[in-house]
Design a protein around this ligand. Sequence first.
Ligand code: TYD
Length: 211
Amino acid sequence: MKKGKLISFEGIEGVGKTTTINSIKKYLESYGVNVYSTREPGGTKCGESLRNILLNNKTIISPEAELLLLFAIRKQHIDEIIKDKLSLGTWVLCDRYIDASIAYQGYGKKVSLKKIKILIENFTDNITPDLTIFFDLPYSLSKKRFPKNKKKDRFENLNNKFFNDVYDGYVSIANNNKKRIKRVDANCSKEDVFSQITSIIDTKFKHDLIL
Ligand code: TYD
């Protein structure tokens, strides 16, 4: 039985998710909560190996095959890690989850949203995030934060149109799931982003977090 909470973090590249997740982990731990932070694609030994295949931009993978690979990684993550952690009462912080598939493969790569929905309904064991934080930063701004000399992976190599579509996808998913997905303005300092998120967490989980 699920006792812990699942919080996912979403947004396009360069929005500052990873650093913020570390600070949120510490913040929740200060309430005495057990926190496990993980990421997708990846999170398990099998998933991390598949991630290397998936992100390698020299491997040819069609959009639907890419979607299925992401769901294979996700299913292993759920079966091996997420379900167990939640049943122990641990709070799981996940850097990307189901919404990334809708935004990237659906809105970005134009895979049918209906097909993605079928995968979500059948291969996530009904594990929906209790809260999703959407780091809202349009591509024109996030692009400026990309490190100049970094070797690009399969996704980072894609063009402006792709990332604008992914961003529009996130905006529309957030608008359609206002109860679960909370938007934070990511066009500000790390400290500001952190305090926007902690105030969302304090409100959402006021009955679960007791100092
Ligand atoms: P990563 O290096 O983790 O990106 P970031 O640090 O910006 O989160 O690479 C993950 C990539 O995988 C990222 O470009 C988004 C993509 N992705 C999808 O396309 N669909 C998905 O369902 C998930 C989980 C990730």
